[in-house]
Design a protein around this ligand. Structure first.
Ligand code: ATP
Length: 274
């Protein structure tokens, strides 16, 4: 006997965040431009994914589909089985350029987000959330400064604290440390891992830095070049957590994974512009 099942046409149950044959084509004056094509990936809840690939390969295009700022032209992107159709507080984006409100203090930038996204919390609970997140990123002392009174690293700390204070299910990071000096960058990578361990959002992060990806991610997704870019290879990163940078870098598997990534990017999918 054949059982009659409810229709599942609108839902997909593979992975928490699921890319199913995703394509995105942009109309241009010279005709349609196929940016990405046939992207398939299943991300588990709480997983940390880094996406690397050459400039213009479609990394931001992919992230915009997850944030809901744009829609795929073929296939679908699903969160918890539901197609992503618009932006929402369950998915927060942190950009390279901080995007803080310039006239508000660090504290108020975070407080406003908490107020808007978690209105069910009492005023004192909201205050506690803000205090906690300022502390997590080491900005308790500097909380009353405005963005123009903060360093680049401090601004990015505020942006990360603001995103996480909303308790998003998915944290989307678009090259968040790209503009920072090497030391600040390493500090923030470590802070990000500490915060991620606490809240465990699913993370999707674009980076151009192979070492950053190997230190942070559970899996590194490497994209081929466009047009019609797709996922070329996925590296599983085996290092135990919590991670210590020295232990990771000294692990013999680190050099091997690094060589694989370099080989992918600079030999198999070399790009003239890089
Ligand atoms: N709105 C648009 N209209 C036309 N083409 C677009 C549009 N947005 C992106 N593209 C093209 O799609 C391709 C992918 O762009 P995308 O910004 O996703 O790349 P990226 O990998 O994030 O690049 P980068 O590392 O330089 O930020 C590029 O060739 C880009 O020119």
């Amino acid at each position: 006997m054949t059982a009659i099942l409810p229709s599942t046409a609108a839902t997909v149950n593979t992975g928490f965040l699921h890319f199913d044959c995703v394509g995105k084509t942009f109309p241009t004056p010279r005709g349609p431009y196929v940016a990405i094509e046939d992207v398939n990936l299943s991300v588990q809840q709480g997983e940390f994914i880094c996406v690397i690939g050459h400039s213009g390969c479609g990394k931001s295009t992919l992230l915009n589909l997850v944030s809901g700022f744009s829609q795929p032209t073929s296939g679908g992107v699903y969160l918890d089985g539901q197609p992503i159709q618009e932006p929402g507080p369950d998915r927060m984006v942190v950009f390279q350029n901080y995007s803080l409100l310039p006239w508000k203090s660090a504290r108020d930038n975070i407080a406003l987000a908490v107020k808007a996204a978690r209105p069910h919390l009492s005023t004192s609970e909201q205050r506690q959330v803000v205090d906690h997140h300022l502390e997590l990123v080491g900005l308790t002392e500097a909380q009353h400064k405005r963005p123009d009174q903060l360093s680049g690293g401090m601004k990015q700390r505020v942006a990360i604290a603001r995103a996480l204070s909303i308790r998003p299910e998915v944290l989307i990071l678009d090259e968040p440390f790209g503009a920072l000096d090497a030391i600040t960058k390493e500090e923030l990578q470590e802070e990000l891992l500490n915060i991620w361990e606490e809240a465990r959002p699913t993370v999707l992060m674009i980076t151009h830095d192979i070492d950053e990806a190997l230190f942070l991610a559970d899996r590194v997704v490497m994209m081929t070049n466009g047009p019609a870019a797709t996922i070329g290879e996925v590296l599983e990163i085996p290092f135990d957590r919590p991670r210590e940078r020295e232990a990771v870098v000294e692990d013999p598997r680190y050099a091997q994974l690094r060589t694989e990534a370099l080989d992918f990017l600079y030999r198999r999918f070399a790009h003239d512009d890089d």
